[in-house]
Design a protein around this ligand. Structure first.
Ligand code: HEM
Ligand SMILES: Nc1nc2c(c(=O)[nH]1)N[C@H]1C(S)=C(S)[C@@H](COP(=O)(O)O)O[C@H]1N2
Ligand SMILES: [Mo]
Length: 385
């Protein structure tokens, strides 16, 4: 516990160093923590922007349909590095926080701007970590704003202020990393001890959550909000048919799937769909929230339906759900995914007709896509011009 004698404004550097007594703090320590944190942050930023681009593709962006598990790896890394940031960030902020009380707070205008960008950097980092964790913990209520939008724009603030920070500190980091190792402090924790503690925290957090996506570790996943083995037909469910308000429409015997293309429109009953050539594929559901699970899906290749209404490879295909008023109502298959023979309108999973909560009477399942784009309770398939 630090006892602050009198107003902070009277602290000079000599008194500061007597207050914050750990001899562990040094540019060497902070630089090494910064390099580790920077590596985790770089992976987290890149995989985050990748996920955004897959869901909102700019014209120049190309995302392949193979390997089928690629998005599973990138989004798994996003959440794993995002969680590893927590202990790394805590240690790094601990190593520099006495500087918060420096007086005067800035020397000149340039220094004032630099410190303002530091404030943005720290605020953005804490915001990203907090909102990310609330989202994967399925605890949406404290976030009255829309998570993805806030998390996306804050990532830009974070990236910008991080670049400034790295630019300003690079000379100090270079010098610190080149300097000979300092002798260990006579008492208290050593630098090696601190790194061991941070490393152990990262390892514990990873092992306790990565089983959400690495099935052999599912049993260890005590902090994972989802168990990929639990749910109807051995698969988790994000939104049930009841919550989506589709139970009546999905079980209506008058259900017809509409398939529209340049050659006309088909209206197919479930029995007619089941009478078409069926294909089976092993594909994962990869929720953006970091859980994933592979299942065996059987159904009609989207490609066959596209051909049946006069389309061909190279078209995009829009899939619309029976569900009204939802962000997940519509998803568009870009040409590589629409043409991939593994992209199915699935009628069955793991050998049984789809559970109502997995999208009965039929759902989209395509290789290498975020779960949010795997539309359940499909009502309409349109070949886009
Ligand atoms: C410095 C840390 C972080 C940065 C820079 C970052 C950045 C991003 C970016 C740019 C996206 C794409 C958003 C979009 O699709 O528009 C994203 C998505 C996501 N992030 Fe992070 N993130 C960070 C930390 C975290 C953490 C700690 C978690 C959870 C443990 C997390 C969970 C997620 C989730 C679940 C999504 C998917 C959102 C969706 O598509 O609905 N993030 N992140
Ligand atoms: N119509 C519709 N489709 C949907 C959703 C939804 O809420 N409504 N949720 C999506 C999300 S976020 C995921 S991760 C997967 C989950 O599929 P599952 O519930 O069968 O596991 O379905 C996707 N398809
Ligand atoms: Mo999801």
């Amino acid at each position: 516990m630090v006892h602050l004698p009198g107003p902070l404004t009277r602290l000079d550097p000599a008194r500061l160093s007597r207050l914050f007594t750990s001899r562990l703090r040094s540019p060497q320590l902070t630089s090494r923590l910064g390099v580790l944190l920077g590596a985790a942050v770089a992976v987290c930023l890149l995989t985050g922007y990748l996920s955004h681009a897959i869901q909102h593709p700019p014209a120049w962006f190309y995302w392949p349909s193979r390997p089928v598990n690629l998005y599973r790896v990138t989004q798994g890394l996003h959440v794993a590095t995002g969680l590893a940031i927590v202990p790394l960030l805590a240690a790094k902020l601990w190593s520099v926080y006495p500087k918060l009380f420096r007086w005067p707070p800035f020397r000149d205008a340039v220094h004032a701007i630099e410190r303002l960008s530091l404030f943005l950097l720290v605020a953005a980092a804490l915001f990203q970590v907090t909102t990310g964790i609330l989202n994967i913990a399925l605890w949406y209520s404290p976030m009255s704003f829309f998570f993805t939008t806030a998390h996306y724009w804050t990532a830009w603030i974070f990236a910008g202020s991080l670049l400034i920070h790295i630019g300003v500190k690079l000379p100090i980091v270079r010098r610190a990393l080149a300097a000979p190792a300092r002798p260990a402090p006579p008492t208290g924790m050593t630098r090696r001890g601190l790194f061991a503690a941070v490393g152990a925290a990262v390892a514990a957090i990873t092992v306790a959550t990565v089983g959400q996506t690495l099935r052999p570790l599912a049993g260890l996943s005590v902090l994972g909000p989802r168990d990929p083995r639990i749910g109807p037909q051995g698969l988790p469910v994000n939104q049930t048919a009841a919550a989506a308000g589709v139970a009546a429409a999905a079980t209506d015997p008058g259900y017809r799937l509409e398939v529209a293309g340049p050659g006309g429109t088909l209206r197919l009953s479930l029995a007619e769909l089941a009478a078409l050539a069926q294909h089976t594929a092993q594909l994962p559901i990869t929720c953006v929230e970091g859980w994933s699970a592979t299942a065996t899906w059987t159904g009609v290749p989207i490609r066959d339906l596209v051909t049946a209404v006069g389309g061909h490879d190279g078209h995009s295909v829009r899939v619309t759900s029976l569900q009204q008023n939802s962000l997940y109502r519509v998803s568009t298959l870009p040409p590589p995914h629409a043409a991939d023979p593994l992209t199915l309108l699935a009628l069955r999973v793991n050998g049984e007709p789809l559970d109502l909560d997995h999208g009965y009477p039929c759902r989209l399942i395509a290789p290498n896509r975020p779960g949010v784009l795997q539309t359940k309770w499909v009502a309409r398939i349109e070949v886009l011009p």
